[in-house]
Design a binder for this molecule. Structure first.
Ligand SMILES: *[C@@H]1O[C@H](CO)[C@@H](O)[C@H](O)[C@H]1NC(C)=O
Ligand SMILES: *[C@@H]1O[C@H](CO)[C@@H](O)[C@H](O)[C@H]1NC(C)=O
Ligand SMILES: *[C@@H]1O[C@H](CO)[C@@H](O)[C@H](O)[C@H]1NC(C)=O
Length: 462
């Protein structure tokens, strides 16, 4: 069998990820890995994003950035190039703009004649590349869980008819997991799939077109964690599914800022609760109050990094009365950016509270902390079920139908995760340690990439 596999390694791969940092970055991490296999990469991206990504390009002589000009589209502020420039409800217009780069992209593909094109949202790539004999791979940088529950043909979302919450709350036919599911009103956060995303096409349709057109579906996950869900996606689309593993970059060995290192050094090992909700999430003020009061009532030291809530320009002005005085010396709420990975790796941190975006999911799994999850958006909810219900490595905070939680809900979740004597606390610790040993074992990540690259070699032989 191995005789049939191409021995060629010097593929030229063109990358065209969606114009959002959360997509551009994992495509670039994968590019670095493929260069190490012998490939050269042409990486298409909005001009402004080059500055943000440059420092993650470890092989500037082998990975060439090609800026694409993002055209102005009515509905978008002038100069918009990436999703971070706009509120989430305008991303449809950014997608219209991306589709209008098709002529530029087509010209680059014709000029460069790569062996492969990898894309995610640009569902028209196969139409451009296939007639030129170029292989196409649709690379999903969200969990298989988030795709399998809604973006599959079995879902059968009818064109022009909005999908209902009731329909979405049931898994599609043949769905292989009883634990990675939505509960009750959570389906609401996925209703966007039947809304327009680009001109004349819904998010669901775009995803299906992109999956149906490609030669292979790639997903940024591993068989050990999401094997069943990946197999389901493959059988739904009748396509091979290639897994890259999480493709985490080697930690850049940046020291933790003194301010935090010194503060954290003052606490016992494994005692501090760290909470980071990422740069996207902006809470309502009432919810921010429940959150910080929840930390206060755990009695544990804590470090919380959060954006100021709706209607406030700083986090300090939004804190509850007397809060800062009461937690002085043991609790900090910080309104700016922090080095999440470096903080997580500080020995004093014992618990990580986060919204379970896919990046944080992997960082939690690889860390030595107890994991407490407060998901908000659709894919975060499914990632959370994977962690809390399927792998049983995390505690999920109880939330009401609106997705809100009380201070008791948060502090109960933290206390049960941190209490090693409790049934839940000891179970998640044991399970998490087992998973960390597997995922963190020497060679695990590189064997995922080896397998992925072999799959690519097999594809060119067909
Ligand atoms: C997007 O949301 C903002 C409020 O966050 C609102 O003012 C605006 O009208 C919305 N735009 C569209 C196109 O829905
Ligand atoms: C988690 O731990 C429990 C209790 O020790 C065990 O029964 C279960 O099989 C573990 N689950 C996983 C997914 O490792
Ligand atoms: C969540 O909070 C509500 C209101 O305080 C409470 O009734 C419920 O028992 C809490 N659940 C958990 C698991 O903390």
């Amino acid at each position: 069998m191995s005789d049939l596999i191409s021995k060629r390694t010097n593929f030229h791969i063109l990358m065209f990820p969606w114009f959002a940092v959360g997509h551009l970055t994992p495509f670039l991490h994968l590019s670095n890995k493929l260069v190490e296999k012998g490939c050269t990469i042409s990486f298409l991206l909005p001009r402004k994003a080059i500055k943000l990504l440059e420092h993650f390009n470890f092989y500037p002589d082998r990975i060439t950035f090609h800026p694409v000009k993002v055209p102005h589209v009515e509905g978008l502020p002038l100069g918009t190039e990436t999703a971070s420039d706009i509120p989430i409800n305008l991303t449809h217009f950014l997608c219209v703009a991306m589709d209008r780069t098709r002529d530029q992209v087509e010209k680059i593909i014709r000029d460069q004649k790569p062996d492969f094109v990898m894309y995610d949202m640009a569902c028209w790539i196969p139409e451009v590349a296939k007639p030129l004999g170029i292989k196409t791979i649709k690379y999903s940088v969200v969990s298989a869980a988030a795709i399998a529950i809604v973006l599959v043909p079995a879902r059968n979302v009818v064109k022009g008819k909005p999908i209902s919450e009731a329909e979405l709350s049931l898994p599609p036919t043949g769905y292989p997991s009883a634990s990675v599911v939505l509960r009750g009103h959570e389906a609401r956060s996925l209703l966007f799939v039947s809304k327009p995303f680009g001109e004349g096409v819904t998010f669901y349709e775009r995803s299906c077109i992109g999956m149906n057109g490609c030669d292979a579906i790639a997903i940024r996950t591993c068989h050990e964690i999401e094997g069943k869900l990946c197999d389901y996606i493959g059988s739904q689309y009748g396509k091979p599914v290639f897994l890259t593993g999480p493709v985490l970059p080697e930690s850049a060995k940046v020291p933790l800022e003194d301010r935090w290192a010194q503060w954290l050094d003052g606490f016992e090992a494994g005692s501090v609760v760290f909470c980071s909700f990422g740069s996207q999430r902006v809470l309502e003020k009432e919810q921010l109050h429940e959150l910080v009061l929840g930390f206060e009532s755990t009695g544990l030291p804590f470090l919380v990094a959060l954006k100021p809530p709706v209607g406030s320009s700083t986090i300090e002005e939004a804190l509850p009365d007397g809060f800062e005085e009461r937690v002085k010396g043991r609790g900090v709420v910080w309104g700016g950016w922090v080095q999440q990975l470096e903080i997580l790796n500080h020995p004093s941190i014992g618990c990580f509270v986060n919204t379970c975006g896919f990046g944080s999911m992997w960082e939690s799994l690889m860390s030595d902390c107890r994991i407490v999850l407060v998901p908000h958006l659709g894919d975060q909810i499914l990632n959370t079920r994977l962690m809390a219900e399927e792998l049983k490595v995390a505690v999920e905070v109880e939330r009401d139908e609106k997705g809100w939680f009380t201070k008791e809900n948060l502090s109960n979740a933290i206390k049960s995760a941190m209490d090693e004597e409790s049934e839940v606390g000891s179970m998640i610790k044991k399970n998490h340690t087992e998973w960390r040993n597997i995922l963190g074992s020497k060679g695990f990540m590189s064997s995922c990439i080896d397998k992925f690259f072999q799959n690519m070699q097999q594809l060119v032989d067909h």
